[in-house]
Design a protein around this ligand. Structure first.
Ligand SMILES: Nc1ncnc2c1ncn2[C@@H]1O[C@H](COP(=O)(O)OP(=O)(O)OP(=O)(O)O)[C@@H](O)[C@H]1O
Ligand SMILES: [Mg+2]
Length: 318
């Protein structure tokens, strides 16, 4: 059976929760770990595109845009183009328009090890296309009061889609973003989310960090902009977790969902699933330093300081 790359859709209908920052930085660290990574920018705002490649693009994946190189090692990008808003209107009015992305990704799933799709902050046509094309859902959740409400709407949307379509989707994780170490509110939200979703929540939480906000203006991922910053170290640890959850860590067999889906037998609802990670073996000591050498930051940890290990800045050459 042909091995197909997992397709991770990063979605949350709430705006500004760190979707794009998460896409760019997980992709960059996975690329650094030796994976062939494709980022698909499925958002007319084109933030992932400009964070990885300064060129303005005209076409998007729905109008035949090809994968281009990016500033991040090992990462290619199918950009969002100026036409994406028009494409969205066209797809919304077309029978089968919500399956367009699944179709477009077929060949890319053969050519890459991992595909990560960025989404706009809504649950309309473009995110629906991504959810129908994806094998895994990753939800960045800002550590703030209304976070859980948005999450239940998203999971209800997924369950609704499951009634009409054969979804391959599993929830591969919830990633707490913009956590403020030492803040009672931030920690309270983190405990509430962990209480509800258990192992589905990444052990790593991404701290609020100015470097994360500054990196895109240089069209660079954090690993190339400020690899020792707290957010960079946290995204490094989160990437290690993601690869484990997907069965893409060194020494792991790819998860079953990386293979061509069987014709019958739907997956259970995302909201009730446990991530693959809980049943997977921990990383072995032979893993590349880029994803194995760091301890995961947790929401109750202080951010890393600049005197921390330089491993993130100098991973082993591939
Ligand atoms: N860990 C962080 N610390 C500080 N700022 C951050 C962090 N993560 C993201 N940001 C900043 O917060 C803003 C929102 O982040 P981002 O664009 O990744 O969110 P988004 O969910 O993709 O937004 P949208 O819904 O508009 O697509 C950006 O200005 C980004 O640079
Ligand atoms: Mg975004």
């Amino acid at each position: 059976m042909e091995q197909l790359a997992p397709v991770v859709v990063v979605s949350n209908q709430k705006g500004g929760v760190g979707k794009t920052t998460t896409v760019v930085n997980l992709a960059a660290y996975a690329g650094l770990a030796g994976k062939k990574v494709l980022v698909v920018d499925n958002d007319p705002q084109a933030n992932a595109s400009s964070a990885l490649n300064k060129t303005p693009f005209e076409r998007s994946i729905y109008s035949g845009a090809e994968a281009v190189e990016t500033s991040a090692d090992g990462v290619h990008l199918v950009p969002s183009g100026a036409d994406l808003a028009d494409q969205e209107r066209r797809l919304a009015g077309e029978v089968g328009g919500s399956l367009a992305l699944r179709d477009r990704l077929k060949q890319h799933r053969v050519n890459f090890d991992l595909i990560i799709v960025d989404c706009p902050p809504n649950l309309t046509c473009l995110p629906t296309n991504a959810l129908l094309a994806a094998t895994h859902l990753l939800v960045p959740l800002q550590s703030e009061y209304f976070a859980l409400e948005g999450l239940s709407q998203l999971l209800a949307h997924v369950d609704g889609l499951r009634q009409d379509h054969e979804l391959q989707l599993t929830l591969c994780g919830i990633l707490l973003t913009m956590a403020t170490p030492g803040s009672a509110l931030s920690q309270g939200v983190a405990s509430e989310v962990r209480r509800h979703f258990g192992d589905s929540v990444f052990a790593t939480a991404i701290p609020r960090d100015e470097s994360a906000a500054a990196a895109p203006s240089h069209a660079r991922a954090l690993v190339d902009h400020d690899p020792l910053s707290p957010a960079a170290l946290a995204y490094l640890a989160a990437t290690k977790e993601l690869l484990q959850r997907l069965g893409l860590g060194l020494g792991q067999r790819p998860a079953a969902s990386d293979q061509r889906p069987a014709a019958s037998g739907q997956q259970p609802a995302a909201s009730s699933q446990r991530p693959a990670a809980s049943s997977q073996r921990p990383a072995t000591s032979s893993q590349r330093p880029a994803t194995s050498d760091q301890r995961p930051a947790t929401s109750d940890q202080r951010p890393a300081t600049s005197d921390q290990r330089p491993a993130a800045a100098s991973p082993e050459p591939r």
